[in-house]
Each structure stands twice: as C-alpha cells, then as structure tokens.
Design a protein around this ligand. Structure first.
Ligand code: ATP
Length: 267
C-alpha cells in the first residue's frame, strides 16, 4: 500500500502543495509530438507513477523534467519556480535528482568512493577527480549513512563492477540521494530484475521516499500498485487517465490502450 499523503487524503492536487507542475508541455521531434500538451501536478510528499504503453512518451517527459531535452512549448515548474529550458546542472542544483544509469558507474572504483564523489559534486552530475583524499574523507560518514539506507554497508569497500545487478541499482539510488533532492526521479527502478530484487526494491523505494517526493516510471504494475499514490497514464504523448492505481486500472480507456500491447504487463 502506498504510505504517504495520498491525493485522496489531501483533496487531490487542488489543496495540497504541488512540488512539480507541467503546463501544456510539448516536445516535437521533426514534427512528431512525442509529448503533447501534458499538464501534470505532482503533490509534495507523494509517490507519483508515470505509466503507459511502449512509445507513450514517458522517457521524453522525464528528459524534459530534468533539462536533458528542451520543450517545444509549455512549462515546467518546480514549486513556484519556472525551470523551463534550464540546463540539467541547474535543475539538479534546484533539487531534482534522477537515478544514475549503471553505465555511469566505474567498475574499478569502490562503492563508497562513488558516493563520496557524488557528495563532493554540487549537482551530482559530474565527478571531480582532483579532490584530495583528505577533502574526500569528510564525506565518509554521510556516504556510509547513505549506503546503510540502501543496504550496501557490507559492500562499501567492494569495486562497483563486482556488485550484483540489484546492488548496482541500489548504488545508483544512493548517488541520487547524495544530492538530498526535493524530487527524486526513478527511471524504471526495477527493470531487468527478478522477483526477489523487485520486492527488495519496492521496500527500498518506500524507505528512502519518506519525507520526499518521488516520480517514477515502471512497466511492472505490481511495483506501480505497491508504491504509487497517484498514477498518470500516458498514451501517444498525452495524458490518458490519472488517479489512484485502483482508479486507473479500472478505467476503460486504459484497459483498451493496453490491450493491443503484446508482451506488456496489463494494468
Ligand atoms: N530523439 C528522438 N527523435 C525522434 N523520435 C523520438 C526521439 N525520442 C523519442 N522519440 C519518439 O517519441 C515517442 C516516445 O518515446 P519515449 O521513449 O518517450 O516513449 P516511452 O514511453 O519512454 O517508451 P518505452 O516504454 O518503450 O521506453 C516514440 O515514438 C519515440 O520513437
């Protein structure tokens, strides 16, 4: 069960504080609308899922929120600040962190060194190798706290390349948390995981999301149903439905959208 202030309990997005908002957000690629007039409101302190069939626009939307893509039109607001068109570093600095991709880990570098470097970087987006050992040492206690949170204390001295897949994803999460973000974006946190790792990741995301706002994309509806206070369903770049997991899974439009999706887990 999603544990945090649900939109129902707070009277939907109307009366609760909205941390992230998009207004008619649109991204065109050579005339093709990958994201089309999306108006989204993410309530502070909630976990918000973005779902939709393949090609629905979820990744493009994530890239617009983090500044990796510039919208063709529309706005992105963080609190009352318009962050539309800002560079990824600026947006990260304002408190939006996205879980790192595994490709950003250095196989030979230890787990704790990764976290220390993320703590040393003001935005977490760039590692800085010229810092001295003594400078880095000051970050050790916080790095160990973060590793404890994500269950990697025992692997702190291990080379990142030696971690199991689920542990690498947990390390990515620690790197995102190192920024102490207002908004944590998780891009398919359980992709490629077996059942055990999926359940472990659900528990982990619940734990680290306490007191934070989380937006995540995941194809696994068990994950979505377990974590999300609010679910936004995208199709062909547009918002098809929004509500609690129970509401959207019983929405006829959503059922129809997923029916033609071979190999996709149904809502
Ligand atoms: N750089 C690009 N240039 C052209 N078209 C693109 C580009 N990026 C995405 N698209 C198109 O935009 C649409 C949405 O893609 P997007 O990756 O955002 O969907 P998605 O919901 O994340 O899909 P999936 O679940 O398969 O990851 C797709 O039709 C895709 O082919």
């Amino acid at each position: 069960m999603p544990s945090q202030a649900s939109p129902e309990a707070t009277g939907a997005a109307g009366s609760a504080a909205v941390l992230l908002e998009t207004r008619d957000l649109t991204k065109e690629f050579r005339g093709f609308r990958a994201v089309s007039d999306v108006s989204l409101r993410v309530v502070e302190g909630t976990i918000h899922a973005l779902v939709g069939p393949n090609g629905a626009g979820k990744t493009t939307l994530f890239n617009l929120l983090t500044g990796f893509l510039t919208p063709t039109s529309g706005q992105v607001l963080l609190g009352d600040r318009d962050v539309t068109g800002m560079q990824p570093e600026q947006i990260a600095h304002l408190g939006i962190a996205r879980s790192f991709q595994i490709t950003s880990l250095f196989d030979q570098m230890s787990v704790v060194d990764h976290v220390e470097l993320a703590l040393a970087s003001p935005t977490g987006l760039g590692y800085r190798f010229w810092r001295s050992d003594s400078t880095m040492k000051q970050f050790r206690p916080r790095a160990m706290e973060l590793l404890e949170q994500v269950g990697l204390t025992d692997r702190s001295g291990a080379a990142a390349g030696s971690l199991a897949y689920g542990q690498k994803r947990a390390l990515e999460l620690a790197l995102a948390l190192a920024l102490d973000p207002k908004l944590l974006l998780l891009d398919e946190p359980t992709a490629g995981m077996g059942l055990e790792d999926v359940d472990r990741t659900i528990a982990l995301v619940k734990k680290v999301s306490a007191g934070r706002t989380v937006v995540f994309v995941d194809h696994n509806m068990h994950v979505v149903g377990s974590l999300a206070d609010t679910v936004t369903v995208l199709q062909s770049g547009q918002v098809l439905a929004e509500g609690t997991y129970e509401q959207v899974r019983n929405d006829q439009k959503v059922i129809t959208a997923y029916l033609g999706q071979a190999g996709e887990q149904h809502v």
